[in-house]
Design a protein around this ligand. Structure first.
Ligand code: SAM
Length: 224
């Protein structure tokens, strides 16, 4: 994998809390967060005393390499957002400059935590659809802005394999959002829900408190 092929962009703990509708009980469990990239969810969770492990292929790189990649891509991302501003809900996040500040703050927190977190086993270089964890090692497994969002790049088989693997290592899986980068409903969603139901899993589409991409306010909750 080449780091320049990935756009590093990370959200913060409050955004994860809204997206995934965390209860106090959820946060007391052991959480696996897949495709976390440079999000500050893990760093902030650690400060609050919660138990979170993040996996992402970018964790194979050093702090300096990830920082350079963030520095190189941030301006480009903000320009694209300004151009496509109508596709986003500017409410909690007021404008592109506000967004830039929130994202850069989150990524700085991640970078400051990365080397120590790697040593503590909180940032692991592992990629879906295979996870190097034992069965039922976690209470909850999350995917924020990875599964379904990249439906044009990742096919239905990848999605099904990934979610089944997440269900192997965790009692419950939550995925947000359920739309693609273009803002359309993921073409894989209905088939994935059908196939999970056929395998005996319970799937529920939940309205979350978070909406930044217009129409991106639904979260999929799957339990064994
Ligand atoms: C748009 S970012 C989302 C970052 C973070 N979850 C958030 O919501 O702020 C998508 C992340 O998925 C990661 N990714 C790409 N392929 C992956 C794979 N096969 N397994 C796990 N993560 C992957 C990328 O490295 C990137 O960090």
């Amino acid at each position: 994998m080449k780091l320049k092929n990935i756009v590093p962009w990370g959200r913060n703990f409050d955004e994860y809390r809204s997206m995934f509708c965390f209860s106090d009980k959820d946060l007391k469990g052991k959480i696996l967060s897949c495709g976390d990239g440079p999000a500050s969810f893990n760093a902030e969770a650690k400060e609050f005393g919660f138990d979170v492990v993040s996996i992402d292929p970018i964790y194979a790189f050093t702090q300096d390499e990830i920082k350079s990649s963030i520095d190189e891509s941030s301006d480009i991302i903000i320009k694209q957002l300004e151009k496509n501003a109508d596709n986003f809900v500017w409410k909690n996040i007021k404008n592109p400059n506000h967004l830039y500040k929130i994202r850069i703050d989150a990524m700085k927190r991640f970078l400051n935590d990365f080397e120590i977190g790697k040593k503590e086993g909180r940032y692991i270089d592992v990629s879906l659809p295979y996870l190097s964890f034992d069965d039922s090692e976690f209470d909850l497994a999350l995917s924020s802005h990875f599964l379904f969002l990249y439906s044009e790049h990742l096919d239905e088989e990848f999605h099904l394999k990934s979610i089944l693997e997440m269900l192997r290592v965790a009692k419950e899986v939550r995925v947000f959002p359920l739309i693609t980068l273009n803002g359309d409903k993921s073409p894989h969603l209905n088939n994935i829900i059908d196939k999970l139901n056929q395998k005996g899993y319970m799937s529920e589409v939940v309205v979350s408190d978070y909406e930044f991409q217009k129409g991106g306010f639904l979260m999929l909750k799957i339990t064994r």
